[in-house]
Design a protein around this ligand. Structure first.
Ligand code: HEM
Length: 206
C-alpha cells in the first residue's frame, strides 16, 4: 500500500487514491493515506466479497428461498436485508467506549470501558424477529445491526446493498442451473477471520 501511495504521488491518475493523495484538505501524510486505503480495502472489499459468496451459499442451501427469489425478482431488496441479518458477517467489528459510567443489560460499566457488541446475537433476537434462525426472503424489512449503529454505522452500506442486489440477481438469473459442487460441510468457512465468510465456494452449473 505504501508503494501504491508513492506511485500515485508521482503519477496521479483518475482514481480515488490519487484524489486522496493530491486533493485532501488538509493534506494527509503517507502514513494516514496508507491507513485510509487499508480501511477502504478491508471494509469495502472483504465485506462485500464475503457477503456475496456466503449469501450465494446460504441461498443454495435453502432451495425454497432461492426458488422464491427466482420466481419474484422484486424480492431482491428483501432478500439482501434478510441475508445481511441472517449472516451478520462482521462478527466482532462493532465496539464502543463508554464516556461515563453506565448500566448495560444489568451490568455496571465504568467510564472508558470497551464494549464489544455481539451483532450476530442481536440480529437473531427473537423479540425482534419471529423464528430468527430461519432464512426467509419474505420477511418484512426491519432494521438490523449488520452495518452497525449510530454515528459510526457503515459508511459504505448503500454501495454494499447495490453490489449485493446486482451481484446476487445476476448470479441467479444468468446461471439458472447453479448448484454446489461439494457437500456443504466441505466448504471451508472463515471461522478464524474477523469478517466471516467462505475461503472458497466450489459451485457448478448446467
Ligand atoms: C456487506 C458489506 C458490508 C458490511 C456487512 C459492513 C459492515 C460494517 C460494520 C458492522 C461497521 C461498523 C459500524 C459501527 O461501528 O457501528 C462498518 C464500518 C465501516 N464500513 Fe462497512 N460494511 C460493508 C461494506 C462496506 C463498503 C462497501 C465500504 C466502503 C466502500 C465500507 C466502509 C466502511 C467504513 C469506512 C466504516 C467505518 C465507519 C466509521 O467508523 O465511522 N463498508 N461496516
Amino acid at each position: 500500500m505504501q508503494r501504491l501511495v508513492a506511485g500515485k504521488r508521482a503519477n496521479p491518475a483518475d482514481d480515488l487514491l490519487s484524489g486522496l493523495v493530491h486533493d485532501a484538505d488538509p493534506p494527509l501524510t503517507d502514513a494516514q493515506l496508507v491507513d485510509v486505503a487499508l480501511v477502504l480495502l478491508g471494509a469495502g472489499h472483504e465485506t462485500t466479497a464475503n457477503m456475496l459468496s456466503l449469501g450465494a451459499f446460504a441461498l443454495l442451501e435453502h432451495p425454497d428461498q432461492l426458488a422464491a427469489l427466482r420466481n419474484d425478482s422484486t424480492l431482491i431488496d428483501n432478500a439482501v436485508e434478510e441475508l445481511l441479518r441472517y449472516l451478520t458477517i462482521v462478527q466482532l467489528g462493532v465496539s464502543r467506549v463508554t464516556t461515563e459510567p453506565v448500566t448495560l443489560g444489568g451490568v455496571d460499566l465504568p467510564a472508558c470501558a470497551t464494549v464489544v457488541i455481539a451483532t450476530p446475537e442481536a440480529n437473531r433476537d427473537p423479540q425482534h424477529w419471529p423464528d430468527p434462525d430461519r432464512l426467509d426472503v419474505h420477511r418484512p424489512r426491519t432494521s438490523h445491526l449488520a452495518f452497525g449503529h449510530g454515528i459510526h454505522q457503515c459508511l459504505g452500506q448503500q454501495l454494499a446493498r447495490i453490489e449485493m442486489r446486482i451481484g446476487l440477481r445476476e448470479l441467479i438469473t444468468r446461471l439458472p442451473g447453479l448448484r454446489m459442487a461439494v457437500p456443504a460441510e466441505q466448504v471451508p468457512l472463515r471461522n478464524e477471520m474477523l469478517i466471516f465468510g467462505v475461503h472458497s465456494l466450489p459451485v457448478t452449473w448446467s
